[in-house]
Design a binder for this molecule. Structure first.
Ligand SMILES: *[C@@H]1O[C@H](CO)[C@@H](O)[C@H](O)[C@H]1NC(C)=O
Ligand SMILES: *[C@@H]1O[C@H](CO)[C@@H](O)[C@H](O)[C@H]1NC(C)=O
Ligand SMILES: *[C@@H]1O[C@H](CO)[C@@H](O)[C@H](O)[C@H]1NC(C)=O
Ligand SMILES: *[C@@H]1O[C@H](CO)[C@@H](O)[C@H](O)[C@H]1NC(C)=O
Length: 343
């Protein structure tokens, strides 16, 4: 009897100790399901099967005071699919913060104050969509996004990233949409996209569907090695950067692309060997640059070449259009007719 009592006392003490670990938030509104009622809750140490109903597929937390998402802060919820921790004042996420969530599909962490992503936070999660936009992320570990078997879309727009790591996304084979707009990237390292596959199986058919958004960064010189290994891609957005020259071999391995946006840079030169293997480009958008001309071969592989708002391309366009007509090619060049009257 005494032994049992002592044992019981021991278990209760242990439980209390575990529960009295750091507080995740002292008060928050929490909603179960999109149309669930907002409930005020207090003193949460964990969002888990002891504190929330386990059959809920969606949990939305609203608080300003969840500064650190501790190890196992959200855990043991086998039906949880969507978790919203947006705009919660998060500054830091510890390793294994999201633990034993076998059905987690969408993780919303946007509009927080996160500065760094360490390895061990997201690895192994089953999420398809990871939203991290509008944080203050400057640093991401090389292994932060490894081994994410279902990750399809990563949103990192509007952060403070200065450097890209070619090692990201190892063993993350379904990644298709990479949003990195409005960061401070000035440089892409060698083989920046080596782990990103251009095509994926959709209902057993290989589809070229990858989209990479790098608009509104500070990319200056395009280092040719950056795009090595990128063969086929659906959409590549490099608009609104500071690119001046598209050099020899810049897109060395690229064969097919639906859309490549290079608009609103300061491009004055495209090397004749910039796209040595390309077979077809759907839209080549070079509008708002400083081009006077470009290699004719490039225009013939593009269905549409957009040369609007490039001062001084009129003579070149005139010549190319005549040539395209003579060779009976159906490629189009679009240009600003008010600046450049061609009869
Ligand atoms: C919560 O989940 C854990 C891990 O699956 C389990 O060991 C524990 O018994 C569950 N607790 C409750 C109250 O359901
Ligand atoms: C959660 O995942 C398990 C397998 O890990 C599965 O059996 C179960 O049906 C899933 N639940 C939901 C709601 O998807
Ligand atoms: C370019 O046009 C050809 C012929 O109309 C078409 O087969 C091809 O799919 C187009 N390419 C893209 C990337 O849209
Ligand atoms: C381009 O041409 C327009 C109209 O002629 C002119 O206003 C503008 O300053 C020119 N821009 C550059 C960059 O030369």
């Amino acid at each position: 009897m005494l032994v049992q009592t002592l044992f019981y006392f021991f278990v209760v003490t242990l439980f209390t100790l575990v529960q009295s670990g750091p507080v995740l938030f002292d008060r928050a509104f929490i909603k179960y399901g999109r149309h669930g009622k907002r409930q005020m809750v207090y003193d949460f140490h964990h969002i888990d099967n002891k504190t929330v109903p386990t059959d809920k597929h969606l949990i939305i937390v609203k608080t300003k005071t969840m500064e650190i998402i501790y190890t196992e802060a959200v855990r043991n919820l086998k039906n949880l699919q969507d978790l919203y921790l947006s705009n919660c004042g998060v500054q830091k996420i510890e390793t294994k913060a999201f633990f034993n969530l076998p059905n987690l599909t969408v993780l919303h962490l946007e509009d927080n104050h996160i500065e760094e992503l360490k390895k061990g936070v997201f690895n192994g999660l089953t999420v398809k969509i990871l939203s991290l936009q509008r944080n203050e992320i400057k640093q991401i570990d090389g292994e932060a996004f490894d081994d994410m078997p279902l990750l399809f879309k990563i949103k990192l727009n509007s952060n403070r990233l200065k450097s890209w790591d070619s090692g990201w996304f190892k063993n993350t084979p379904r990644l298709t949409e990479l949003y990195f707009r409005r960061n401070k990237l000035s440089y892409l390292p060698r083989s920046a996209f080596v782990n990103v596959k251009g095509s994926h199986l959709v209902d057993g058919i290989s589809v070229v569907d990858t989209k990479i958004f790098l608009s509104k960064n500070k990319l200056g010189e395009l280092v040719p090695e950056s795009f090595y290994d990128l063969e086929r891609i659906s959409q590549l957005y490099l608009d609104r950067n500071n690119i001046q020259v598209v050099p020899d071999g810049a897109f060395r391995d690229l064969t097919d692309v639906d859309v490549i946006y290079l608009a609103r840079n300061k491009i004055s030169e495209i090397n004749g060997n910039a796209f040595p293997k390309v077979r077809n480009i759907g839209i080549l958008d070079l509008s708002s640059n400083l081009l006077e001309c470009l290699p004719y071969g490039l225009v013939t592989v593009a269905n549409v070449t957009n040369l609007e708002k490039n001062n001084g391309t009129c003579d070149c366009i005139k010549e190319f259009r005549a040539k395209l007509q003579e060779e009976k090619r159906s490629c189009e060049i679009s240009y600003s007719e008010d600046l450049c009257t061609i009869t």
